[in-house]
Design a protein around this ligand. Structure first.
Ligand SMILES: [Zn+2]
Length: 168
């Protein structure tokens, strides 16, 4: 990981700052779903590398495509959910694709800094990202991103509740 919930921070911040370019639902799903196998292995157990093929850029690309298709197919119900929370967000095809790829690839990069069993550039075996950023800094950056992201979401929500939707 960093523990799966920490990945929500960067996804939320990027999705909010680039609300017209990056679909928030896609980037949040993408930030988390990469860890499905890790969570399964942690609770149920599995053989082989703990992080496995999903923690490679090739695996992340496959997952990103899957998430992009899923969000694009379900964009009406997802939009209803974000509308309820008054989260203005682009649901264009490009923003869904961008969110899916940024989310999965950023997850791989952040995890590659801290886990020696990850082979991000498979089939190339080396991982030059390992140790480039300390675990503490990694967690700190994710936490700061989460706090800033939550502040932006809350601020925008309150502004729209109080002053109606502002045309952009
Ligand atoms: Zn992970």
């Amino acid at each position: 990981m960093p523990l799966t919930p920490f990945h929500i921070g960067p996804g939320l911040l990027i999705g909010e700052v680039f609300e017209n370019k990056v679909n928030l639902i896609s980037i949040l799903f993408a930030s988390i779903l990469i860890d499905i196998r890790v969570i399964y292995c942690f609770f149920i157990g599995c053989t082989g590398r703990f992080h496995g093929p999903m923690h490679t850029f090739i695996g992340a690309t496959v997952i990103a495509l899957f998430i992009a298709i899923m969000v694009w197919s379900l964009k009406k119900p997802f939009k209803k959910i974000t509308d309820i929370f008054k989260i203005q967000n682009s649901y264009s095809s490009s923003s869904i694709i961008l969110g899916s790829f940024i989310g999965t690839w950023l997850h791989i990069i952040l995890d590659s800094f801290m886990h020696s069993d990850i082979i991000p550039f498979w089939p190339i075996k080396s991982n030059f990202l390992l140790g480039m950023i300390s675990n503490g800094t990694n967690y700190l950056l994710c936490t700061i991103a989460l706090i800033i992201g939550l502040i932006i979401v809350t601020y925008r929500h309150l502004r729209k509740v109080n002053y109606k939707v502002q045309p952009k």
